[in-house]
Design a protein around this ligand. Structure first.
Ligand code: BMA
Length: 325
């Protein structure tokens, strides 16, 4: 008998699931956890480092590091939390910290972690810097509520740092779009503009979109992997799309894919705290093998991995019908 997954969709040629998914689950976590999901990913000391969002049984999240030499097997999970909310000093973290993204800032010889702090006023964008993923220097609030799904670009563009984020409009019927802002010093932010709009009506990414993993520099531009949300009568459906931004002016979209390229299908993606959610949040491009490894939260409960060939991903996107809006 065919598996339900096979009846749903067989054509995942561009992006493939890792066959030993999920790579992390709350059941194998070294301490009690309700969920492990939405990880940031970065190469660190020659290994893949994930900064996993771990949700405790109280509902609040923190981050814990896991590491692997090949980014697939033999994960070493820190036995204790790596970064806990610190609401005494940073009141915006009162209800936890969520959904990190990491970039290496070569110029400052440090790693920047952008994350969501769950404040009493709603989600805000916060930042912490680290050199070793053991100690973190918090920089506090970067964008006020209601804002999330943020990452820095890894280097200055035309002399300024650039930040992707997703403010929520006050009007609930308005679209939630991806924005970009610039700063001379990582402290003062301005030149805010919409970089990618949620589409409307029947599109798979109508109404609400948000950044996935950190932006990736490619020969064609900055590759953005993003999530698009479809609201159905059964709930929200989170799928994944692709877009390319101009390398020198990332306010400009040079190509946006028409179709979603990865969506919930396997049991660990459809069943969990929030089923039918694929939430990519960390990426590593192994330039020696051209393999792109996309780490994602599945059903707000697990960490999973999907792989692709970067050349194929770029070819696919750049040969997609141009669907900028
Ligand atoms: C978003 C974020 C994510 C979560 C997703 C699906 O708004 O809060 O943390 O994975 O919803 O529930």
């Amino acid at each position: 008998m065919m598996k339900i997954a096979d009846l749903i969709q067989k054509h995942d040629v561009l992006i493939k699931r890792y066959d030993k998914n999920p790579i992390h689950s709350p059941a194998e976590w070294p301490y009690t956890a309700n969920a492990v999901f939405n990880p940031a990913a970065i190469e660190f000391e020659g290994e893949t480092l994930l900064l996993n969002r771990v949700e405790g049984m109280d509902g609040f999240s923190h981050f814990t590091v896991s590491r692997s030499k090949d980014g697939k097997t033999n994960w070493r999970i820190n036995p204790e939390p790596t970064l806990l909310p610190d609401p005494e000093n940073y009141p915006e973290e009162i209800w936890g910290i969520e959904d990190p993204r990491i970039v290496k800032l070569e110029e400052l010889n440090t790693y920047a972690v952008l994350y969501t702090a769950y404040s009493k006023g709603g989600p805000i964008v916060a930042m912490a810097l680290t050199k070793d993923f053991k100690t973190f220097e918090r920089k506090g609030v970067v964008m006020p509520p209601n804002d999330k799904d943020s990452s820095l670009f890894p280097k200055k563009i035309n002399g300024k740092w650039a930040l992707i984020h997703r403010p929520m409009p006050v009007d609930p019927s308005a679209n939630a779009n991806i924005w970009i802002s610039f700063s001379p010093d990582l402290k003062y932010w301005g030149e805010h503009s919409i970089v990618l709009k949620a589409r409307k009506g029947g599109w798979w990414d109508a109404g609400k979109i948000g950044l996935g993993p950190q932006p990736i520099e490619t020969p064609e531009g900055w590759l953005l992997i993003y999530h698009g949300v479809r609201n159905t009568c059964a709930g929200s459906l989170y799928r994944v799309g692709l877009c390319m931004l101009d390398i020198d002016d990332p306010t400009k979209v040079i190509r946006r894919g028409r179709n979603w390229v990865f969506g919930p299908r396997e049991i660990y993606e459809t069943h969990g705290d929030v089923g039918y959610v694929i939430f990519p949040s960390g990426v590593i491009w192994d330039k020696r093998s051209d393999e792109l490894r996309i780490y994602y939260g599945a059903a707000d409960s697990f960490v999973a991995l999907a792989t692709a060939n970067m050349t194929d991903v770029i070819d696919y996107l750049m040969n997609s019908p141009d669907c900028r809006i």
